[in-house]
Write a protein that binds this ligand. Structure first.
Ligand code: FAD
Length: 384
């Protein structure tokens, strides 16, 4: 049954889209505001494939809206880690019992599928190129910018869900209120996405059903498979220092370095120099804050509430789990937003704090300990 409470979801990324579907299914009209153009009509950034690891928590959330089977058709199961040493020798660690896997999915593909579903839902309106500038927390008045027309206007929804990511403007508005706790920390490492293209026949140049890691102590590279036969590699590397993004300045120097430390990957990366010097270097932030809500009026979800570093592959999965938990609370408490938001925060905050800390720890494990022979032996014993 339709409910007239006006809900707005700020951000039409992965979490914003999924949440808007859950809210619409509960009978609410939902307006989604997204800063960027509709990505179904725009080119992917530089035409690159960017992928994410989707695991159980994420799948459960997708099952609820009935798209897990469709996504599974374009997802690649990764049954194990494959470690590449400096001689090009390989070692393996399974991710679980026989048949268990985490899945590599396209970020753009998943977002597009969710947008298609949202568009098909009559009670959802999708508003692209609409950027939230500020929220007046006391009144829920939101200043928006129509990006194409360069025109400001205001909206005043009954309830605001902030799914506007790690650098949330809604959160920034909440930060200006009394007793709002906020903590952000950056790693000294950045990341750069590079590509291993497919073979001429469209097949994968490395083992397809695996997450590949080149652990090198102070830095590492990983690669996840894409459905088109390519791999997206991510180099996690210090921003500054003797061996860093800042120190690798010339193409010859870069190739020499890669040949020395990633000898089996370099021959598979024909566009290494171009990609390394042209692709942006991303930073890695953890955000913790509290409260996530203002009364029953504003709620932070996904990265806006809890951005984490990617080393557990759980940021999106945790954001999707936010939606699963919210859905349960919506059913239990109906329109009592104050109770829903308070209970949501109490349930989720300890879990997201825990995964935030584990994710930072897992960077050390992935770049360093997975290459340690004693650790490999221990993993073999665990896997038996
Ligand atoms: P976002 O995806 O950031 O979406 C926010 C949306 O809000 C965007 O569409 C943005 O354009 C829009 N927006 C922002 N500001 C405004 C505004 N002012 N007005 C209107 N709209 C706005 N997670 C995993 O689970 N598995 C992985 O393997 C994984 N790998 C990762 C690898 C890297 C290198 C990184 C950086 C992250 C990775 N993550 C992974 C984390 C994952 O990307 C995030 O947790 C996830 O994207 C969060 O979704 P979100 O919808 O909350 O935020």
């Amino acid at each position: 049954m339709e409910n007239k409470t006006q809900l707005s979801v700020m951000g039409g990324g992965l979490v914003g889209c999924l949440l808007s579907l859950y809210l619409a299914k509960q009978g609410y009209p939902v307006a989604v505001y997204e800063r960027r153009p509709d990505l179904r009509r725009a080119d992917l950034a530089g035409g690159r494939s960017i992928n994410l690891a989707l695991s159980d928590r994420g799948w459960r959330a997708l099952e609820t809206i009935g798209i897990s089977e469709d996504i599974k058709k374009v997802a690649i199961p990764m049954y194990r880690r494959v470690m590449h040493d400096t001689q090009g020798h390989l070692s393996f660690q399974p991710y679980g019992q026989e048949g268990q896997a985490i899945y590599s999915v396209s970020r753009g593909g998943l977002n597009r599928a969710l947008l298609d579903l949202a568009e098909a839902e009559p009670s959802i309106s999708l508003n692209f190129e609409q950027q939230l500038l500020e929220v007046e927390v006391s009144s829920n008045k939101v200043s928006m910018l129509d990006v194409a027309a360069n025109k400001e206007y205001q909206v005043q929804p009954d309830v605001i869900f902030a799914a506007d990511g790690a650098y949330s403007m809604v959160r920034l508005s909440l930060q200006k209120t009394d007793r709002f706790n906020y903590e952000q920390s950056y790693l000294d490492y950045g990341y750069k996405e590079l590509t291993i293209p497919p073979n001429a026949d469209g097949s994968w140049q490395l083992e397809k059903n695996a997450l590949h890691i080149w652990p090198r102590g102070q830095y590492m590279m990983i690669a996840l498979p894409n459905i088109d036969g390519s791999f997206t590699c991510t180099l996690f590397f210090p921003f500054e220092g003797d061996l860093s993004f800042a120190s690798l300045k010339a193409p010859e120097q870069l190739r020499e370095f890669f040949q020395e430390v990633f000898p089996d990957a370099v021959p598979l990366m024909p566009d290494l120099e171009q990609e390394f010097f042209e692709n942006p270097t991303g930073s890695l932030v953890t955000v913790k804050c509290l409260p996530w809500r203002h009364k029953g009026k504003i709620l932070l979800v996904g990265d806006a509430a809890h951005a984490i570093v990617p080393f557990y592959g759980q940021g999106m999965n945790a954001g999707f789990e936010d939606c699963t938990v919210l859905r349960g609370l919506l059913q239990e408490h109906e329109h009592d937003w104050d109770t829903i938001f308070k209970t949501f925060q109490d349930l989720r905050k300890p879990n997201t704090d825990a995964i935030a800390d584990l994710a930072v720890y897992n960077f050390i494990e992935m770049r360093d300990k997975v290459a340690d022979p004693r650790f490999l032996l221990q993993k073999k014993i665990e896997a038996q």
